[in-house]
Design a protein. Sequence first.
Length: 163
Amino acid sequence: MPRPATVGRLSLGVKPMPKRRDARRLASAVATALVALAVCCPLGAAEVADSVGEGRLLYRVHCAGCHGESGRGDGVASERLEEPPPDLSRIRERHAGEFPRAKVAEIIDGRRRSAAHGGRAMPVWGLTFQTPGLDSDQEGDVRGRITALTRYLETLQQPSSEP
Ligand code: HEC
């Protein structure tokens, strides 16, 4: 019978006070791995749930300020905008019951639309999500974020019968 786990055992043999240099090296290895993962791999179907979770986080950080937590257009900054942000929880309703994924992704991205439509109040996320000075192709990462946001927005849609 193994003895009940102690704090020492739970630490899995890692020395209680690792050298700072080691900790820094580990942190930078983890950061490099995460960047590589985000840049290299487009999302597969099995990762849709993760993608919605990522979309939720991105939404809270980048979008809720204008569009509101639930997407209804009541974010704290919305009053200061000339054009009120549209209710993102009724996109499906406005499109005859079909959530237009490709169109929504294109609006969020904004790189193709902004030139054709003049200025827009919303940032061009396809550019904003790029990391300046990162010397690698960021397109996969940018598209991954936009896909995650699109999937998350789809989960916010209200049934059309609601007032
Ligand atoms: C500065 C305020 C602001 C922020 C931040 C913002 N938006 Fe917007 N958004 C707007 C406004 C205003 C519009 C109306 C179109 C325009 O003028 O750009 C809009 C339009 C949209 C539309 C089109 C809706 C429709 O039915 O036509 C989508 C989708 C959207 N935003 C998603 C997002 C997402 C996702 C984020 C975060 C990554 C975000 N927005 C962040 C202000 C904002």
